[in-house]
Design a protein around this ligand. Structure first.
Ligand SMILES: C[S@@+](CC[C@H](N)C(=O)[O-])C[C@H]1O[C@@H](n2cnc3c(N)ncnc32)[C@H](O)[C@@H]1O
Length: 254
């Protein structure tokens, strides 16, 4: 493993764990997706898969009266979420869990709504849909965001980035077809607006990268990692018309 590779992950986590969220999204989009879930019980059982530090978990707590299990495989994010849950007096409603969404170890058919922003792709959408199918009650809802292509012939930088991070990325109709193949009925979808990429994600990321550049001074390997990480918001600034994050809402009809 090269020195740069060895330095990558600690600096990646130092950056990402400090951000308000770890992927695109915002409260308005969460509210818009939630509006598709018309028949939720008053005190719904919600599972937030790949919750990160919980930006959307807190939106859901705010927008509903639900009790929420918030699961992520990255223990430091769950620790930060747990601390925020305590600070906000939400320990009765939000249960942070370190776990693998591929094998969540949660009781079958026990949730009214599964939520997942920018995380299901980590285990492959088909596998994730299968897991969610098993965890939802009849009539339960699944709301998730996923990166999709929106234009053919992406520039080499965009192509290379997604070939590395999400080689199976498809188009909106591909995801809708996967939803239907998995026994769900799609009930709505929409594209996340630009502010959902910037306000709580790329803008704080760029500010934090600048601060870390100051911290690492003349550590050339660290600066090279930071330059690499800075490419993602820059790519979005130049080429966002080639890809999007789509919010999908589906329902389990058993
Ligand atoms: C792009 S981040 C999104 C985090 C959060 N939902 C948000 O929008 O801010 C993806 C999250 O999925 C988590 N993750 C990746 N693979 C996972 C797995 N197998 N099980 C649970 N969480 C996973 C990562 O730790 C990370 O927090």
């Amino acid at each position: 493993m090269s020195e740069l590779t060895l330095r990558f992950w600690p600096i990646f986590f130092e950056l990402y764990e400090s951000l308000p969220r770890q992927g695109p999204g915002n409260r308005a989009s969460a509210a818009r997706a939630l509006a598709f879930c018309g028949d939720l019980p008053l005190v719904a059982a919600v599972l937030d898969l790949g919750c990160g530090v919980g930006a959307q978990t807190f939106h859901l707590a705010d927008l509903t009266s639900a009790s929420i299990v918030a699961l992520d495989s990255h223990a430091p994010s769950i620790e930060r979420l747990r601390a925020t849950v305590s600070e906000r007096g939400l320990t009765e409603r939000i249960q942070p869990v370190v776990g693998d969404m591929a094998e969540p170890g949660l009781p079958p058919a026990s949730f009214d709504l599964i939520w997942s922003e920018g995380a299901l792709y980590n285990i492959g959408i088909e596998k994730a849909l299968h897991v969610c199918h098993g965890l939802l009650r009849a009539g339960g809802y699944l709301a998730f965001t996923d990166a999709v292509w929106r234009r053919d012939n992406p520039p080499p930088a965009v192509k290379a980035s997604f070939e590395s991070d999400y080689p199976a990325m498809g188009w909106v109709p591909d995801v809708l077809a996967a939803i239907e193949r998995s026994g769900f009925s799609p009930i709505g979808h929409f594209t996340l607006p630009e502010e959902a990429w910037w306000d709580d994600f790329y803008t704080p990321m760029e500010i934090r990268i600048e601060a870390l550049r100051g911290k690492y001074g003349d550590d050339e390997e660290a600066l090279a990692v930071l330059n690499q990480l800075a490419q993602e918001p820059e790519m979005h600034r130049r080429y966002s018309d080639y890809y999007a994050y789509e919010f999908f809402v589906a329902r389990l009809m058993k």
